[in-house]
Ligand binder design. Structure first.
Ligand code: TXA
Ligand code: MG
Length: 319
């Protein structure tokens, strides 16, 4: 699709699919979403089923306007409005008391629902034309990395969904920041593309860092991931891994001496921003190449780097 001027016939067709109760994957500025009519519990049940998602893990409702968001959640004060003014459309998901019309299955039986207005012309046009909020998790099978291009979606859902709107690679590559604003101080349930520093610059009380619903279920590649802190002796580490017969990959930021004999080398010159864009594709590639161990240098944990490091650490956790 033409990302900046979405073709109206394609939007029309996709919106009709949504209204008819089918699933359509679409690009957002973070990652691709797997969308369906968020007000229809049967369709939302289908999203959970196709994705293999645990029923206790709620879905984000995607909206195209603030009015639409306020028809789904309630009890927002001025500070919440300020967040919407500042970050919408954009990668900030707000978790707030649900209105009754949101089906329980969307919020996994919880009192709180989540809403976000994506900063992507294709997503916004689709939601607007469909006329309903679109429930959409990231468009990956549970246990796979989030999709950052249409091919990733196809890899996971070929033959299973009605359409994929191909808007090219996504912008951030890292998911939205999930912020619980149902009480103060607000709580970050998932670090993401909007940084903690950006939130705190705006809010009267700094955000707390909290646990998300499903932190135990994070994506882990087949390879063992070693999160590499600054100053780690990577030459010795890789030599040892290689001599044990492992296929070893490395993801590294500055220009350093890259160890010899590696099976996969990814150099990130563009800091956390480039790292975020490429992270999930690196995981998918490592899986395809049957890499046994990936050494991943951690970015400096400020701004977007905190969200990138969060994903690397979670991938590195032992199950
Ligand atoms: O960037 C994104 O947020 C992407 C794009 C497609 O919008 N979506 C996405 O959805 O990452 P998903 O389902 O893969 O992750 C949503 C996260 C989960 O960790 C979920 O537990 C949390 O948001 N979440 C959603 N609704 C919630 C709620 N009502 N209360 C608490 N956490 C919620
Ligand atoms: Mg996801």
């Amino acid at each position: 699709m033409d990302k900046d001027n979405p073709e109206s016939e394609i939007i029309e067709t996709a919106a009709e699919l949504i209204i008819r109760g089918e699933l359509v994957a679409f690009p957002t500025e973070t990652v691709y979403g797997l969308g369906g009519n968020g007000l229809d519990e049967h369709i939302v049940a289908k999203i959970f089923k196709v994705k293999g998602r645990r029923p206790d893990n709620p879905l984000i409702l995607h909206v195209y306007s603030r009015e639409q968001a306020l028809s789904l959640v309630q009890g927002l004060d001025q500070e919440a409005e300020l967040l919407m003014d500042t970050f919408w459309p954009g990668p900030l998901t707000l978790v707030a008391p649900s209105r009754e019309k949101v089906p329980e299955i969307v919020r996994a039986g919880r009192r709180l629902a989540s809403v976000r207005m994506p900063d992507h012309p294709v997503a916004l046009a689709l939601i607007k034309r469909a006329g309903v909020p679109i429930a959409a998790p990231s468009a990956n099978l549970s246990g796979r990395p989030s999709p950052t291009n249409a091919w990733h979606v196809r890899e996971d859902f070929e033959g299973q969904i009605s359409a994929i709107l191909d808007g090219g690679p996504t912008g951030w590559g890292i998911e939205s920041t999930v912020l619980d604003i149902s009480y103060k101080p607000y709580k970050v349930l998932r670090p993401g593309a909007v940084s903690i520093e950006q939130l705190n610059a705006l809010l009267s009380t700094p955000v707390q860092l909290g646990e998300g619903v499903a932190t135990a279920l994070h994506y882990q590649p087949k390879a063992r991931v070693l999160a590499i802190e600054k100053g780690t002796k990577i030459q010795e580490l890789t030599a040892q891994m290689l001599s044990n017969g492992n296929k070893v990959g490395i993801v590294i930021m500055p220009e350093e001496n890259i160890p010899q004999g590696l099976n996969m080398i990814v150099k990130i010159y563009g800091g956390a921003e480039e790292y975020g864009k490429r992270l999930y594709d690196i995981f998918r590639t490592a899986d395809q190449e049957n890499i046994d161990v990936i050494l991943m240098e951690l970015p400096e944990e400020v701004g977007l780097g905190a969200a990138v490091a969060d994903r690397i650490r979670k991938a590195a956790q032992k199950a």
